[in-house]
Every structure is written in C-alpha cells, then in structure tokens.
Design a binder for this molecule. Structure first.
Ligand SMILES: C[S@@+](CC[C@H](N)C(=O)[O-])C[C@H]1O[C@@H](n2cnc3c(N)ncnc32)[C@H](O)[C@@H]1O
Length: 209
C-alpha cells in the first residue's frame, strides 16, 4: 500500500504518468485500501445521501476509481450515477461492478464534456489531493451542477489550505456560485496506513445556488 501511495503522490502533476500508475494499481486497489481501512467513500456517501436523498438524482462520481462510491450509492438506491476518471484501468474495474449508468475518461482540471447543470450531485473521494485533481477544477464542477445540487468532497487537512482548496471553495461561495452546506467531523481516511500517510481530513459539502 505504502509503495502505491508513494507512486501516486510523486507522479508530479503529470496526468499521463498518474494514469499509468493507477492503471497498474487497478486490480489490487480495492484490496490495498481495504487493508488500511479506507473510509472516504463511506463518509462521502453518507453525507451525500443526507443532503440529496432523491435517489433518482443524476450524480457524477468525479475520480470514481474502481467504483467504491458507485457501489455504495447503488446499495442504497441511487440508480443514475455517472463516473469519470483519468485511468482506463480503474474505469474498467468500475464498469465490472455494473452500478454506473455511464463511465468515461476525463481529466479534472480540464473542461468537462457534460452540459451545464447536468447533475444534481457531484461526489469526489480521495481525488482532490497532492498531484491529483486541482482546486481549479471546482469551477467546472459547479458548472455541471444544477441549482440546489450538492458537491461532496473529501479533502485531507495537510492540503485543505496548502493546496488551495479552501480558497477555491470560499471564492465560489463569495461569488454566489454555491454555499457551504455541511462539513463532517475530522476522521482518518487511511486509519491503518503508516504515519506518513495517516493524515486527518474532512468531507465538505457545497450547495449550488
Ligand atoms: C485514491 S483514488 C480514489 C478513487 C475513488 N474515488 C475511491 O475513493 O476509491 C484517486 C482516483 O482519482 C483519479 N484521478 C486522479 N487525478 C485525477 C484527475 N485530475 N482527473 C480525473 N481523475 C483523477 C485516479 O485515476 C484514481 O482513480
């Protein structure tokens, strides 16, 4: 697990290299994160379901990976979940779960192919972090959300301010694009990882205006 984390965190903002590492990790990913008690998908899913209980709502799982969130959303009744990810290997694993309406390759931080207001909800777990999806992607995420929709995202404490995520959330709130709707308590996304990867984090939720 530690080796894989080192590899994904040191891809150095090179999306092609990051996709290669996730492609290589895809078949082992669920076992790896399961062994260290990965909690992000459960917390993101729980907060999303609290704020968007309409199970018919179209949902975008941004950086869906192998589909851990799509699986959980499916278990509690959501039937219209679309997943995007930069790794075709991870998307292949997500497709095998059979819980996504559509899956496609996309890079968060670049323009998304979806029309304005396409989704009532966007979830992102373990994606907005060092060397992964940048805070600058929040504008595109807001664009594809309909008024009243919610964006639920996990962010660890070490990158929340340093990675520009807090500033980007606040800027879109100040401009009237969305408002902060809820925030989880602090928790450990990887409770069983070694000290260098056991950082606390929170899940943040914004409601589109
Ligand atoms: C730690 S995994 C999390 C996957 C899943 N959301 C979960 O919680 O298990 C991070 C995922 O984000 C994807 N990813 C990283 N940066 C991305 C970007 N800029 N655009 C799209 N996907 C990205 C990776 O390919 C990987 O599948």
């Amino acid at each position: 697990m530690t080796d894989w984390l080192e590899r994904v965190y040191t891809a150095g903002n090179d999306t092609a290299k990051l996709a290669e590492v996730y492609d290589a990790w895809a078949d082992e990913y669920d076992d790896s994160v399961g062994q260290v008690g990965y909690t992000n998908p459960a917390v993101v899913t729980a907060l999303f379901a609290r704020l968007m209980p309409d199970v018919a709502a179209p949902v975008l799982d941004a950086g869906c990976g192998t589909g851990l969130i799509g699986h959980m959303l499916g278990l509690v009744g959501y039937r219209d979940v679309t997943g995007i990810d930069l790794s075709s290997g991870m998307l292949k694993r997500a497709a095998a779960r059979g819980c996504y309406r559509a899956l496609s390759t996309a890079v968060l931080g670049e323009p998304l192919s979806f029309p304005d207001a396409a989704f009532a909800g966007v979830v992102a777990s373990g994606v907005f972090t060092v060397g992964h999806a940048p805070a600058s992607a929040f504008g595109e995420i807001a664009r594809v959300m309909r008024p009243g929709g919610v964006f639920v995202v996990s962010i660890t404490d070490p990158v929340y301010e340093a990675g520009g995520f807090k500033a980007a959330i606040d800027k879109l709130a100040a401009g009237g694009t969305w408002e902060r709707a809820a925030e989880s308590d602090s928790y450990l996304p990887l409770p069983g990882a070694d000290d260098s990867h056991r950082h606390p984090g929170r899940v943040y939720a914004m409601r589109r205006r």
